[in-house]
Design a protein around this ligand. Structure first.
Ligand code: CDP
Length: 205
């Protein structure tokens, strides 16, 4: 599953993983964790050697750290995600995860295009920028962040632009991806639509 920032793919991927009894990997948390580790080490986000180092020594036990979910770390993640050596190191981790025999639900920006081009089912989750900003605003308010809707809207639009226009592994739907626009769908409706897409694709395979 791929899609732009706050498109709802995280919620959807977790629910699908529960439904199908599969492991789930949020690859955004890998880029966020690399950004966190660079910042904690007091290095610059465009220091390619420090970034490569951080990606190679990433501790998978730290991926659920709530500190990864801040808007600052999200923006920092999009900066380190442009660095080839970072993507290479994380590619290996993602391939190991994807190679489990029973399969997995993996979400990110380049899963259908680069990480798992052979995936049985690819879904590209979309939603309008306004809807995505609204969802992220609510999420952040719930955990007590002090940020305005306007700021979140601007950050999401800027991050999407950076993700779409970068030279390596830009955000885009794979040619054989199913598009799922969740602008007008609640969690349950989006989940049902995704299950239908997956079951149909699997039964035709
Ligand atoms: O949760 P949200 O949709 O806001 O973002 P995320 O999935 O946690 O991803 C954070 C950033 O990591 C993205 O804006 C991308 O720059 C980068 N990323 C990537 O380049 N490739 C991936 N497979 C996943 C995330």
């Amino acid at each position: 599953m791929d899609g732009p920032a706050a498109s709802g793919k995280g919620t959807l991927a977790k629910k699908l993983a529960g439904h199908y009894g599969l492991a789930h990997l949020d690859t955004g948390s890998l880029y966020r964790a690399v950004a966190r580790d660079i910042l904690t080490a007091g290095k610059a986000l465009d220091d390619e050697a420090a970034a490569a180092d951080a990606a190679q020594s990433l501790e998978s036990g730290t991926l659920n750290d709530p500190a990864l979910r801040t808007p600052e770390v999200g923006q920092a993640a999009a900066r380190v995600a442009k660095i080839g050596a970072v993507r290479e190191a994380l590619f290996k981790f993602q391939r190991v995860f994807a190679s489990r025999r029973e399969g997995a639900i993996i979400e990110g920006r380049d899963i259908g295009t680069v990480v798992c081009p052979e995936a049985d089912v690819k879904i590209f989750v979309e939603a309008s920028t306004d809807v995505r900003a609204e969802r992220r605003y609510k999420e952040l308010m719930e955990v007590g962040h002090d940020i305005s809707y306007e700021e979140i809207h601007a950050q999401i639009a800027a991050r999407d632009e950076a993700d779409r226009s970068r030279a390596i592994s830009p955000l885009r739907p794979a040619e054989d991806a199913h598009l799922l626009d969740t602008s007008d769908l609640g969690i349950e409706a989006a989940f049902k639509a995704a299950v239908k897409l997956i079951d149909t694709a699997i039964s035709q395979a």
